[in-house]
Ligand binder design. Structure first.
Ligand code: GTP
Ligand code: MG
Length: 316
């Protein structure tokens, strides 16, 4: 799971990643971000492992893509935005310390993304209109949806907020836009009402990390908040010798979960047995959960909830 960190220089991106990874790195070239992978420790995985005693326990990993940030007055290079779009999630990093104005920085970051997309959509639409004018293209629903995007962006909202059908979402997703993705905010500092209100006004989820004074005993709390802000859930598998935690975007199905484990398992998917973490640790096994009626048998479309322990039945 790759998370791009976008924030102005000195917002603390490298300090955050270094605090989580336990060792310092540095990024110098804005176009060559440093990738740092960090394992997510989680007491639920440990509690499951204490029951099933597997030979191997595997934690999920987050890979931070740490860009050297620009000055606020300069703004982001287009190539950096393009690289960020390729990652699974994008976090906007704002500093809440010293004389930095977090609310102001968040506003600038957010608007940079919105204006960047606005210009891009306008260019795409203009090009299509020229092609239609010269008989190289037939007018379709695409032009209409692009007009709608411009409208949404002019209201300083994200394209993501536009209600639209899957086919149109797929089209919008193919245009290299950044506001088709729900980014979230990492506030480097202590909780603050004003920053929270600003995040809420933009419809962005947020989490905190006081990076320079990071207390390792807060690690689990941080990851829980981080994953919620990022819109990720954790599910668990107990297969053979290995007990493992996995990450998935919230709203994913058990078929998505199967595909995360292995494409073959998804291809041969029959059904999934699902128990909740709390039920499993209190009853001690899948069979005890089944006896109590706490095991759910899910088809492909069942939604995965955070903390689900999933056993996938597959023909492969
Ligand atoms: N007081 C305080 N200073 C911090 C904090 N986090 C970072 N700093 C300081 O801010 C400066 C920049 O931090 P970095 O983590 O390098 O910032 P960055 O976002 O990686 O900056 P670029 O790589 O230039 O984009 C460093 O001197 C840090 O010591 C913090 O939480 N509190
Ligand atoms: Mg840095």
């Amino acid at each position: 799971m790759k998370i791009a960190l976008l924030g102005y220089s000195g917002s603390g991106k490298t300090t955050i990643v270094s605090a989580l990874a336990g060792k310092r790195h540095e990024s110098f070239d804005p176009l060559k971000p440093v990738l740092v992978s960090v394992k997510i420790h989680d007491s639920r995985l440990k509690a499951i492992a204490d029951i099933v005693k597997p030979q191997k326990t595997t934690e999920p990993e987050i890979t931070f893509v740490d860009f050297k940030g620009p000055q606020k007055s300069t703004g982001f290079d287009e190539k950096v935005i393009e690289l960020a779009i390729l990652q699974d999630k994008i976090a906007l990093v704002v500093p809440f310390y010293d004389e930095r104005n977090s609310v102001d920085e968040l506003g600038s970051l957010y608007l940079e993304m919105v204006y960047r997309d606005q210009e891009r959509v306008k260019n795409i639409l203009e090009k299509r209109k020229q092609e239609i004018l010269h008989g190289k293209r037939k007018k379709g629903w695409e032009e209409e949806i692009l007009e709608k995007c411009i409208n949404v962006l002019e209201q300083e909202k994200l394209i993501l907020d536009l209600e639209t059908e899957t086919q149109k979402r797929v089209f919008l997703g193919s245009l290299g836009l950044i506001t088709t993705k729900r980014f979230f905010v990492i506030v480097n500092g202590k909780p603050d009402k004003e920053v929270e209100q600003a995040c809420q006004a933009y419809g962005l989820r947020f989490c905190y990390i006081d990076a320079q004074n990071f207390d390792k005993t807060q690690l689990e709390f941080f990851w829980n908040e981080f994953l919620k802000a990022a819109g990720l859930v954790r599910f668990y598998t107990i297969v053979g010798k290995e007990t493992r935690a996995w990450l998935l975007p919230e709203g994913s199905t058990v078929l998505d979960a199967a595909a995360t484990i292995h494409t073959d398992i998804a291809a041969g998917f029959v059904r999934a047995d699902v128990v909740k973490y709390v039920d499993f640790v209190s009853l001690g096994s899948f069979s005890a959960c089944r006896e109590k009626g706490l095991l759910k048998s899910e088809s492909k479309t069942g939604i995965v909830n955070d903390g689900d322990i999933i056993h996938i039945h597959s023909t492969r």
